[in-house]
Design a protein around this ligand. Structure first.
Ligand SMILES: [Mn+2]
Length: 389
């Protein structure tokens, strides 16, 4: 069985103030073309469909068009979609009953009542059944009431308890679809600027891969760089587009997974995706940066650092004649470096959570409890989601 694994579409995302609609339509179009060409047996979208919990009408239109185009492919390719932390459950769920007629399965919330379980879709190939367990983004508070008091104390214990209560038969072939921050021991996953992951390894939102390692494949969303975590079969597909300059070296792709009979090693193919405009940085003398502009690259999203020592007259205006999607223009020379060094000790910019943690410690004379940390992370994530508009 071959599966397309993608995640983190972030439809509606803007870079700086540029609308990425054309970029997103183009990349989704490529995914449709690849699905027609390669005919996978299933397509997984592992969360963060939309960039905002209240998507714009345009964002709905883009995703609806994508689902329409996918469902037009005959015979049907089942599509399995879970909600990520950016998605609102209600807004992603609105058409799920209707969509199932077209073999599009959506899971937006973890089990809420006692006899409810993860949505499970069974697909067949020549070796038998493959069970797909759909685990949408979960916070401890969503599922705490399902367990005895004291069992759910963290993201890690929440995911462990949820998986344990499924009583999964691991002699069968099982795939998990999930959208959390998974870590393997002390190893740091690759993080990039567009994820808004505040808490890193050892932090409270991380979940140990030990909870999910017995699945034959784990299709993950959340981190925006394609990578396996700890074990080859536990994998983030990454975003189909670069959503920050920190991703400029990424080669974005569809992860195509091939699952054979139980016990045979899973294999991957990367199906490259080509974006309309690249997201990248330019650094050097203004004249050199300008001379590097071509008809091909002048529409790229570029973060520009000018290193000229001489004062330049309106550098941004000059650059804008050659590049039409400039994200930022920075000046870095001996003068600005000296300024930076002078202010460095007071101008350290902390991530919001770290800043609050320091503030709390100073005010209370003691660190936050893990429960307080968890509350604060929720607040920051919520504010961040709202503040993106
Ligand atoms: Mn994401």
């Amino acid at each position: 069985m071959r599966i397309f694994h993608i995640s983190d579409l972030h439809i509606g995302k803007q870079l700086h103030f540029y609308n990425m609609k054309d970029d997103q339509l183009a990349i989704l179009g490529q995914i449709i073309d690849k699905a027609k060409e390669l005919r996978p047996d299933a397509i997984i979208i592992a969360g963060d469909i939309y960039d905002k919990s209240v998507p714009s009408a345009e964002s709905y239109m883009i995703f609806n068009q994508f689902l329409n185009d996918l469902s037009d492919i005959k015979p049907d390719i089942p599509v399995l979609i879970i909600a990520g932390n950016h998605d609102s459950a209600e807004r992603l769920d609105y058409a799920s009953a209707f969509l199932e007629k077209d073999n599009i399965f959506v899971s937006v919330q973890p089990p809420y009542i006692e006899d409810e379980y993860l949505k499970k879709i069974v697909l067949k190939d020549e070796y038998g059944d493959v069970n797909f367990y759909m685990l949408p983004f979960t916070k401890p508070g969503y599922v705490r009431h399902l367990f005895e008091e004291g069992v759910i104390t963290s993201y890690d214990s929440a995911i462990k308890a949820l998986i344990d209560r499924e009583n999964i038969d691991y002699s069968k072939r099982n795939v998990l679809i999930s959208h959390q921050f998974y870590v393997s021991g002390d190893a740091s996953p690759e993080i990039c600027d567009s994820e808004q992951v505040y808490i890193t390894v050892g932090g409270i939102d991380s979940v140990d891969i030990d909870r999910i390692k017995d699945f034959d494949y784990v299709a993950l969303g959340h981190l925006h760089g394609a990578q396996s975590i700890g074990m080859k079969h536990i994998r983030y597909s990454g975003t189909p587009l670069k959503y920050s300059v920190s991703e400029e070296k990424h080669a974005k792709a569809i992860t195509m997974v091939t699952i054979k009979d139980k016990g045979t090693e899973i294999t991957f193919d990367k199906i490259p995706l080509y974006s309309l405009r690249d997201v990248r940085s330019e650094r050097g003398l203004l004249s050199d940066i300008i001379s590097r502009a071509t008809d091909e690259n002048r529409h790229d999203y570029v973060s520009i650092t000018i290193t000229d020592e001489d004062e330049i007259y309106k550098p941004k205006d000059q650059l804008e004649e050659h590049y039409d999607h400039i994200l930022e223009v920075k000046v870095e020379n001996s003068r600005t470096k000296a300024q930076l060094e002078a202010t460095d000790f007071e101008a350290t910019v902390l991530k919001p959570f770290e800043a609050f943690k320091q503030f709390y410690q100073e005010m209370q004379g003691a660190p936050m409890s893990s429960e307080e940390e968890s509350i604060m992370v929720d607040i920051i994530n919520k504010l961040q989601a709202e503040g993106e508009d």
